[in-house]
Design a protein around this ligand. Structure first.
Ligand code: PBG
Length: 335
């Protein structure tokens, strides 16, 4: 065959920069470091308790003492931050477990900060795990209709955030998607003397089927209905920009897009539009799908995980919340 079918050989040869591993590393546009990772933890009452989450291999609900032990693995690997979720002793209609001084998350914060003063402890601020009905807000019955009431929820969220701060949290992350929650939380934190405590808002959070395994892990599936009256419709992108703009105006210091992999377009737009530190949440099913396929021997867990996280960084994520954080941090050191 005539190789010079074009009449000439290429003058631009993109492959020159791909010829050796050293050069490929030198010209890489995106880098993933352990510093970029945040590890979610599920804490529950009890002692020496480790309850595996069946749909998330490697993830357990942990009692506080076990959570402290398990965190050593992350800290040693260089993961700088954890994100706490709580499974309370009891659920009720006002989410008392979320804001009580001795709530499960409050206990975990104190224990973790005592053991690891330099660990950055972030808390998920939401009510669904603590509500008997499993919704992220107060449920109101009016004229034969049931709704998740926005404004009565704000005070409970603010109270939850302040109680996390009082227990020693370094940052709060509201994930409920009520309107006005960032402003309510900011005002309450300021009033309580926590004006320096940053807010990472779940600014563009979609009503996603990718949260399925999480609801087993956090025991937070809604008892009736779904979350579509407060979380975003997966069809919408422009709306995400308006959501993020509002949260920033209300005082968010960092913003999050969730889920991550199926929403990289949103992540990219949020980062380029606002330029704020931006987090991506690689949610439970993103983790479970990789684990399940890897267990079958269909994919290479490590390669697929690293590629997915790198794609989030490329799309604009400064920080990535991932259940695989300790493994990923170790893999990054091995390269
Ligand atoms: C609480 C909350 C959820 C997740 C994080 N915070 C569940 C939900 O909104 O139903 C999902 C995390 C995941 O799937 O990994 N509202």
């Amino acid at each position: 065959m005539d190789v010079s079918v074009l009449g000439q050989f290429p003058t631009r040869r993109m492959r020159r920069l791909r010829s050796s591993p050293v050069l490929r590393r030198m010209v890489a546009e995106t880098i993933l470091l352990p510093d970029h990772l945040i590890w979610p933890l599920f804490v529950r009452p009890g002692r020496k308790e480790r309850r595996p989450v069946a749909s998330m291999p490697g993830v357990c609900q942990l009692s506080v003492d076990e959570a402290v032990r398990e965190t050593a693995r992350a800290v040693e690997a260089g993961v700088p931050a954890v994100l706490l979720f709580g499974i309370p002793e009891r659920k009720d209609e006002k989410a008392s477990g979320a804001w009580s001084r001795n709530g499960i998350v409050q206990q975990a914060i104190r224990a973790l900060k005592r053991e690891y003063p330099n660990l950055w402890v972030i808390t998920d601020v939401c009510l669904c795990e603590y509500m008997s009905h499993g919704h992220c807000g107060v449920v109101e019955h009016r004229r034969n209709t049931t709704r998740i009431a926005n404004d009565p929820t704000l005070a409970l969220l603010a109270r939850t955030a302040v109680s996390h701060a009082e227990a020693g949290a370094d940052m709060v992350a509201p994930s409920d998607m009520m309107d006005g929650r960032v402003a309510a939380i900011r005002a309450a934190l300021d009033r309580a003397g926590f004006e320096d405590l940053p807010i990472l808002s779940y600014a563009a959070k979609y009503a996603s089927a990718f949260y399925g395994p999480f609801r087993e892990a956090a025991e937070s599936a809604p008892r009736f209905g779904d979350r579509r009256s407060y979380q975003m419709d997966p069809a919408n992108a422009r709306e995400a920009i308006r959501e993020v703009a509002l949260d920033i105006a209300e005082g968010a210091d960092l913003v999050m897009v969730k889920p991550a992999l199926a929403y990289l377009d949103i992540l990219h737009q949020v980062k380029t539009t606002f330029g704020l530190p931006t987090a991506a949440y690689a949610v439970s099913a993103e983790y479970s799908m990789i684990k399940a396929a890897a267990a079958q021997g269909w994919i290479d867990e490590r390669a697929v995980t690293l590629e997915a996280l790198l794609a989030m960084r490329r799309a604009g994520a400064d920080l990535i919340i991932t259940y695989a954080a300790p493994d990923v941090a170790r893999w990054l050191h091995q390269r």
